[in-house]
Design a protein around this ligand. Structure first.
Ligand SMILES: Cc1ncc(COP(=O)(O)O)c(C=O)c1O
Length: 381
């Protein structure tokens, strides 16, 4: 078989399973992006004009000439925002998760990971070579079963870790933070929480669910992205200064990549200045999500989660795609989320509500979603 035949066969299999991906240009009203506070659109933070002319390349790794005073300023600001010892910026949340986990987990360590954790966590754990225990989504009993055995059989010097998202990206529900903290404490495990979808959107200053739960001192590290609510490229890890030093020395996706450009650091400062005082944006976001959920419920549609990520599980891939296509034809940017992003049989619409979605748009969106689901009965696809 030639390489081209192999690839054509692979793509044909995906097509036959209704799982082929294509790149589609944005079109229609945005109910898909993670621009929760609309900082990527109508509520974009203003950049200090004096900073607009900064270099547009990082020029080298942060360990070489890619470091810049603005990154120190960004990381200090981030650490203060979270009340954390330190912050370290990465090119993306994907590389932050992957790099962090691969850098700190050693052979002989044990790590528990929620079954619905993001691909970047899964890939970081694959690289890490620690013993992995995947617990059923948000199932504390299952987690406790695993960690109890791990503690009993632990070798001297080994460490235990628990990794979870705080607000789940595809399910829209929250991790039981208080219970995770207490379980981690009881079993001497380190807690690592991915705040990708919570950053900017919870708490008086928007610093996320961990800080809102007053759990900063109870977690080893949190991972945050800029590309979602903050509307800026990049990501960061918060944690003890010692962890930051370890990452600077051992974390391959931090070391072996060109730094983000200084102009991006200026955008970070603009986003951070805005988000801390943006209680109004957060209030609009949460009330928009509530309204949308109420409208869906009135239409008889059952959605998962409780916040601004609104998944509607539809089952088969073809059905989810047909419903998404129908909505797109009606002017809504809604995409079907299919395996392997979500488990087989749970293809879904994943709608993301934004702070600038007006009530009339949310009402029509809910009606359009309900109509598309009704029109695409199981038999129709
Ligand atoms: C929970 C979670 N963590 C990490 C990431 C990766 O972040 P980024 O998009 O900045 O690479 C995502 C992205 O979708 C995510 O949903």
């Amino acid at each position: 078989m030639t390489l081209a035949q192999r690839w054509n066969a692979l793509l044909a299999d995906l097509r036959a399973a209704g799982r082929q991906r294509t790149l589609e240009l944005p079109s229609g009203i945005d109910l898909v992006s993670n621009d929760y506070l609309a900082y990527g659109g109508s509520r974009q933070p203003r950049l200090d004009p004096a900073l607009a002319g900064l270099p547009r390349s990082g020029l080298a790794s942060r360990l070489l000439r890619g470091h810049h005073p603005l990154w120190e300023q960004v990381e200090d600001t981030l650490a203060r925002w979270h009340g954390a010892d330190s912050a370290l910026v990465f090119s993306s949340g994907y590389t932050a998760n992957e790099g962090l986990l691969a850098a700190i987990l050693e052979p002989g360590d044990w790590v528990a990971s929620d079954a619905c954790n993001h691909a970047s966590i899964i890939d970081g754990l694959r690289l890490a070579r620690a013993e992995r225990f995947v617990f059923r989504h948000n199932d504390l009993e299952h987690l406790e079963d695993g960690v109890r055995v791990a503690r009993r059989t632990a070798r001297a010097g080994s460490q235990r870790f628990i990794v979870s998202e705080s607000l789940f990206s595809m399910d829209g529900d929250r991790a039981p933070l208080t219970e995770l903290v207490s379980l981690a404490r009881r079993y001497d495990a380190w807690l690592i929480l991915d705040e990708a979808h919570a950053t900017g959107c919870f708490g008086a200053s928007g610093s996320g669910l961990v800080d809102t739960a007053d759990a900063r001192a109870d977690v080893l590290a949190t991972i945050h992205t800029g590309g979602k609510a903050l509307g800026v490229a990049g990501a960061y890890v918060c944690g003890p200064a010692l962890l930051r030093e370890v990452l600077i020395n051992r974390c391959r996706p931090f070391i072996f990549t060109t730094a983000l450009p200084p102009v991006v650091a200026a955008w970070w400062l603009a986003a951070l200045a805005q988000v801390k005082d943006d209680s109004a944006g957060r209030a609009s976001l949460h009330s928009a999500a509530l309204l949308f959920r109420q409208e869906l419920a009135q239409q008889g549609i059952v959605a998962g989660g409780e916040d601004y990520i609104v998944p509607i599980v539809l089952g088969g891939d073809a059905r989810a795609s047909a419903i998404a296509n129908r909505l797109q034809a009606g002017g809504w940017d809604v995409r079907a989320i299919r395996p392997p992003t979500v488990p087989p049989g749970t293809a879904r619409l994943r709608l993301a509500i934004h702070a600038d979605h007006p009530p009339e748009v949310l009402r029509s969106a809910a009606a359009a979603v309900a109509e598309a689901i009704r029109e695409c009965g199981e038999e129709a696809v």
